[in-house]
Ligand binder design. Structure first.
Ligand code: ADP
Ligand code: ADP
Length: 229
């Protein structure tokens, strides 16, 4: 059974009189626990798709089902709840609060989450137990991204969405972050969807979705993904 099912998804932005078709009849499906990479040229619709999956925006036409919830049917209150409890987010520039420690950043994020996991345990999991009282400015880029992964996992979501998670990191640090994200799928059995330009990721993904002009150009399923960690 599909964990995510997109069927003929359209997303149109209205800018004054002009309509911009960011997504056009986009269809795909993703299994539970899959590690999926979305690639494609700039302007292809990758961020738009991630925003729809994360409940940050709503689709114009079609249907988008995540874990048996049709996101089109959710009113804004339910969509907020979905965003807070069902989805973990990892961003390119970490999005940590600079005036809070690593631990406090996670505690803040799960304040509104019902079944949150232990913040300290999550930092331990990403290898940052000794750094929990450090502020973001005291941590390297890779360490800040680990905090943001711990923050995403602390919500105990079934779905983790990542927008260019290695985009601001050097190659070696990026690889260790990818290893961590691969564990999130393989060990924790979460569904992980990553938008990236990092081609190393394509080899370790279960599925690569190539997006172009707002639609799925083609899709590749890897039988035996490489473990790069
Ligand atoms: P990608 O992430 O693949 O670079 P985007 O999803 O950001 O692509 O953009 C897809 C298309 O939608 C582009 O033509 C972009 O200009 C347009 N677009 C994205 N966000 C908005 C918005 N908020 N308002 C108007 N047009 C937008
Ligand atoms: P990178 O080469 O990954 O950017 P840095 O050279 O910035 O890393 O930092 C190397 C190590 O020193 C990291 O473990 C980082 O957490 C630590 N570090 C850097 N700046 C500080 C600081 N102001 N206080 C405490 N630790 C720091």
């Amino acid at each position: 059974k599909d964990f995510i099912k997109a069927l003929d998804v359209d997303k149109t932005y209205k800018v004054g009189e002009i309509e911009i078709e960011a997504l056009k009849k986009m269809s795909f499906s993703i299994d539970e626990g899959e590690l999926v990479v979305i690639v494609g040229p700039s302007g292809a619709g990758k961020t738009t798709l991630l925003n729809l999956l994360g409940g940050m925006d709503t689709l114009t036409r079609g249907s988008l089902i995540v874990d048996d919830k049709d996101l089109r049917d959710l009113n804004s209150r339910k969509l907020t709840l979905y965003r807070r409890t069902d989805v973990g987010f990892v961003f390119q520039f970490y999005n940590l609060m600079p005036n809070l420690t690593a631990l406090e950043n996670i505690e803040l994020a799960i304040e509104v989450t019902k079944d949150a996991l232990d913040a300290k345990e999550m930092l331990h999991k990403v290898g940052l137990k000794d750094r929990m009282h450090n502020f973001p400015s005291q941590l390297s880029g890779g360490e800040q991204q680990r905090v943001s992964i711990a923050r995403a996992l602390a919500k105990n979501p079934k779905l983790v969405l990542c927008d260019e998670p290695t985009g601001a990191l050097d190659y070696v640090t990026g690889k260790s972050i990818l290893g961590l994200l691969s564990d999130v799928a393989r060990v924790d059995h979460k569904t992980v969807v990553i938008v990236t330009h990092n081609s190393a990721l394509k080899d370790m993904a279960d599925k690569v979705i190539y997006v172009k002009n707002g639609t799925v150009e083609h899709m590749v399923k890897n039988d035996r993904p490489l473990d790069i960690s």
